[in-house]
Ligand binder design. Structure first.
Ligand SMILES: Nc1ncnc2c1ncn2[C@@H]1O[C@H](COP(=O)(O)OP(=O)(O)OP(=O)(O)O)[C@@H](O)[C@H]1O
Ligand SMILES: O=C(O)C1=C[C@@H](O)[C@@H](O)[C@H](O)C1
Ligand SMILES: [Mg+2]
Length: 184
């Protein structure tokens, strides 16, 4: 049983998927996303689960998905934007290499437009995003081993900053070599 080499958290638009895929490539490991796991297991879109069963039920499914991914995925793992709201999920993250990708509202709007079908941002997305982040920022920070501000960085630069913050480089500067040494 090997837990992920990096766990990415952060709000929608922080770059979890983009940076996660880049990092996985740099480290020569797999990439996984618990939102995708939930959709695959439930066989329905997340928005539908939110509407039909409500957020508390979704957070339970998410806790299970996070537990399973932490137990069975040695690569890079991204969590859903609100996963850290659940006490049990936060407990599961204790001691792991969790990285909070931080982003300010203006950049999040530029990146995702905030017009995608996001259940928690359905009405007045800018105001909701701001309020949501006021509530969540302390929780993201609480579980994070490293916080990376993404606003002024390209996805490649964010990936590099993560490798540095988690010391995933060998003396030769190769993240793959450092990761292999750690696994040995
Ligand atoms: N550092 C960055 N600079 C500029 N654009 C970025 C950066 N990171 C991601 N993006 C762009 O922002 C958009 C959203 O990124 P991405 O889907 O990776 O975010 P996410 O955190 O996975 O969001 P979600 O919670 O919706 O899954 C994409 O179009 C991506 O190319
Ligand atoms: O920020 C959130 O609460 C969410 C983010 C997405 O990743 C999904 O997990 C879902 O839409 C909820
Ligand atoms: Mg994503």
């Amino acid at each position: 049983m090997t837990s992920p080499v990096v766990v990415l958290i952060g709000p929608p638009g922080a770059g979890k998927s983009t940076v996660g895929a880049l990092l996985a490539e740099r480290l020569d490991v797999g990439y996984r996303d618990t939102d995708a796991d939930i959709v695959a297991t439930a066989g329905r879109p997340i928005a539908e689960i939110f509407i039909d069963e409500g957020e508390p039920y979704f957070r339970e499914l998410e806790r299970t998905a996070v537990r399973e991914a932490l137990e069975g995925h040695p690569g890079v793992l991204s969590l859903g934007g609100g996963a850290i709201l659940d006490d049990g999920t936060r407990t599961l993250l204790t001691g792991l290499p969790v990285v909070f990708l931080d982003v300010q509202l203006a950049d999040a709007v530029k990146r995702v437009g905030l017009d995608a079908p996001r259940p928690l941002l359905a009405v007045n997305p800018r105001k909701q995003w701001r309020e949501l982040m006021e509530h969540r920022r302390p929780l993201y920070t609480e579980v994070a081993r490293a916080v990376i501000e993404t606003g002024e960085r390209t996805p490649e630069q964010v990936a590099e900053a993560i490798l540095d913050a988690l010391e995933l480089r060998s003396a030769a500067g190769s993240p793959r070599a450092a990761h292999r040494e750690e696994q040995a």
